[in-house]
Design a protein around this ligand. Structure first.
Ligand code: NAD
Length: 245
């Protein structure tokens, strides 16, 4: 991959970098994006039929079974070279913020520290009454998980279709997009708002925007640095080109 010299130099001198990642960054770890989930035993459902408050109200067991299956996939997977390259970038850049739409925790497992989870985490559950959160809840011998404080039903601590994002996470993401010198959009289709607007916010504030996605997205026409490549190939190459030592 031919990486333009001006981008290499910009990154070498950059003090602040923000990165937005989506499901594509975990595709090379074997975790399907929603659009690639057609091969699984859950293919007969659209994600909206499982990841929504109405779906949970209708059939909490079905929804928990789906999340248990997804958590199992994630537990069997390992971070890939794209996750590792982003963790390495964080170690090189003084002010580095990683904003992810993913709920799989693979960035943290690769060593990323400063991670904003816009859509929550598969590893947590939340009380449907009191909003307190718990690590690693799932169906236990087919029983729905309940809150150890009040006994109410727990739900996955993820943002479902039709729900608003956690305010603090969104504010941190917008702030990062507004203040960074370089903004990366990696493995995201740019279809899901409000995350989809972040690269445009960064562009408006004068940041250099870099996109990494094997398929073209609407963002590609707004930046000379749109790379049609898998993140696990492109990002390690970029890191090697910028910091060859
Ligand atoms: P998306 O499914 O809309 O888009 C994924 C994008 O990744 C596509 O544009 C695709 O071309 C690209 N892609 C595929 N392989 C890639 C690779 N190797 N390198 C780089 N890019 C690649 O995903 P989204 O934009 O994140 O939005 C969908 C929602 O699905 C998100 O809200 C997210 O929370 C959720 N989701 C998360 C996970 C996860 O946590 N791993 C998995 C599936 C869905």
């Amino acid at each position: 991959m031919n990486i333009p010299q001006p981008l290499i130099e910009k990154l070498r001198s950059a003090r602040s970098v923000a990165v937005l990642t989506g499901a594509g960054v975990s595709a090379e770890s074997g975790i399907p994006t929603f659009r690639d989930s057609q091969n699984s035993l859950w293919a007969k459902y659209r994600p909206e039929e499982l990841a929504s408050p109405a779906a949970f109200q209708r059939d909490p067991r079905l929804v928990w079974e789906w999340y248990d299956w997804r958590l199992q996939l994630v537990n069997q997977a390992s971070p890939n070279p794209a996750h590792a390259a982003l963790a390495e970038m964080e170690a090189r850049i003084p002010d580095f913020r990683l904003i992810t739409q993913n709920v799989d925790g693979l960035h943290q497992r690769a060593g990323s520290q400063n991670v904003v989870e816009l859509h929550g985490s598969l590893r947590r559950a939340r009380c449907t009454q009191e909003q307190c959160t718990f690590e690693h809840s799932s169906l236990i011998e087919d029983q729905l998980p309940t809150c150890s404080n009040c006994g109410a039903l727990l739900r996955p601590d993820v943002v479902w279709f039709g729900e608003t994002l956690p305010a603090a996470a969104l504010a941190a993401a917008v702030e990062a997009a507004h203040s960074c010198e370089v903004f990366f959009s990696v493995g995201t289709s740019g279809m899901v708002e409000p995350a989809a607007s972040l690269p445009y916010e960064a562009l408006r504030r004068g940041a250099v925007v870099v996109e990494v996605n094997p398929l073209p997205t609407p963002l590609a026409v707004y930046t000379p640095y749109s790379f049609a490549a898998p993140a696990g190939v492109f990002l390690p190459e970029l890191v090697r080109a910028v910091w060859p030592d």
